[in-house]
Ligand binder design. Structure first.
Ligand SMILES: O=C(O)C[C@H]1C=CC(=O)O1
Ligand SMILES: [Mn+2]
Length: 400
């Protein structure tokens, strides 16, 4: 028996975007302020055959990390992106992205959530894991970093000791840049001394320093044992990033985060030898396919990749894990620990962490089951919460 081609087309019937508010297990302090809750936008997308899928776009501190906020993401989806893709063939992922680009410039976080939901829905409908639709798995697990960001050296050391004892994490990322750089050097050195030889350390400055400050203080951090330096200077300051990459001691690598979003950003950084590693994040790249496009540039340019997070729930973390599972090239581990930083999650069972590594998920779609009652419980509209504001605390004014 033959079926007509149109009968097998899976059309997008409906899309719903809602903002959830989920507290973090402790205040999480970054260079631009502290957060105590995450406000992910969760998208559900239904297909003509009744299957549905989920996607997520999480920001950090509303629009503090970049231009998009939970409110702008939901607005872009409801008003522009959903109308652009409803009725379309859900399986033509590239075409969906092109239609969203025509309807709406930028807004990559919002597009990423819609694209994830379409891919999850199609994969579920076909009974396949997403990694299979993306070219096939190349790895089963990735070592998983944890971020120490309580703002207090003693508390951070205690937290790191617990993670080591539980065999959960032995790679720690320290959030710095809110205090005077000398204080940050002392903080990093205290933690490095306490963990000496038992863990590796990254610092993430989240754009807080100018080039001169980075050139002055990063060598001291490298001396203390830091091996990976993430986004020490402003997103626009590629020249300073290039100088650091060329001149810092070779025991440390320079990683771009906020600076590398589009494949064109990746090409520019590659052409100028402006970093050693890209932090890949499905939200800032605009989805899973464009994450692969950025990873392709990394590989062609002899640049490594790191599996980054926007502190998503298990939905966005599993979506990221599926695409990371398909990537070749040199990797520098991952940090998909969002589910563990939140007090609760929206899925039945989280991805497995064992032996310091995240076991990459399997099963149809993203391989997780979302619990509708949990979506309802954390729904902002039901909780009656207002937009999240980052606690500016001691953070000084940052360059725009
Ligand atoms: O990397 C960032 O800039 C954002 C995020 C990722 C981990 C974390 O602690 O914060
Ligand atoms: Mn970062």
């Amino acid at each position: 028996m033959t079926t007509s081609p149109s009968a097998s087309v899976l059309r997008i019937e409906r899309i719903q975007a809602r903002i959830l508010d989920i507290p973090t297990i402790r205040p999480h302090k970054l260079s631009f302020g502290a957060i105590q809750r995450q406000s992910p936008v969760i998208v559900q997308l239904w297909l003509s055959d009744g299957a549905s899928g989920f996607g997520e776009a999480a920001t950090i501190g509303g629009p503090s990390w970049n231009e998009e906020s939970p409110e702008s993401i939901r607005h872009a989806i409801d008003s522009y992106l959903a109308p652009a893709v409803i009725g379309q063939d859900a399986g033509r992922f590239e075409q969906l992205l092109q239609r969203m680009d025509l309807a709406c410039k930028g807004n990559r976080f919002a597009k990423s959530a819609v694209e994830q939901a379409a891919i999850d829905a199609v994969a579920r409908s076909l009974g396949l894991p997403v990694w299979q639709l993306l070219g096939g798995k190349q790895r089963e697990s990735l070592p998983l970093a944890w971020t120490l960001a309580s703002g207090d050296s003693a508390k951070d050391i205690e937290e790191a000791e617990k993670m080591l004892a539980a065999r959960r994490h032995r790679i720690f990322k320290l959030k710095i840049g809110a205090r005077a750089p000398q204080e940050d050097v002392a903080h990093v050195a205290r933690i490095a001394r306490a963990l000496d030889g038992r863990a590796s350390m990254t610092v993430d400055v989240n754009q807080a320093w100018d080039g001169a400050t980075a050139r002055r203080y990063l060598p001291e951090m490298i001396d203390a044992g830091v091996g990976l330096i993430e986004q020490p200077v402003a997103q626009w300051n590629e020249e300073a990033l290039r100088q650091l990459t060329a001149t810092l001691p070779h025991t440390a690598l320079v990683m771009a985060d906020e600076t590398v979003c589009t494949p064109q950003d990746a090409m520019r950084l590659a052409r100028h030898n402006a970093c050693h590693v890209f932090s890949l994040k499905i939200a800032k790249h605009g989805g899973l396919l464009r994450t692969r496009a950025v990873a392709d540039v990394a590989r062609a340019a002899d640049i490594g990749w790191y599996g980054g997070t926007m502190l998503e729930t298990s939905v966005g973390s599993a979506a990221s894990a599926h695409v990371f599972a398909t990537l070749g090239g040199t990797h520098h581990n991952c940090e998909l620990f969002g589910p563990q930083l939140l007090v609760d999650d929206i899925v039945e069972q989280q991805m497995v962490l064992s032996d310091f590594a995240l076991q990459l998920p399997d099963g149809p779609g993203f391989g997780l089951t979302v619990v509708p009652e949990r979506l309802d419980r954390f729904d902002r509209a039901r909780q009656g919460l207002t937009p999240v504001h980052v606690d500016l605390g001691r953070a000084s004014a940052q360059p725009a």
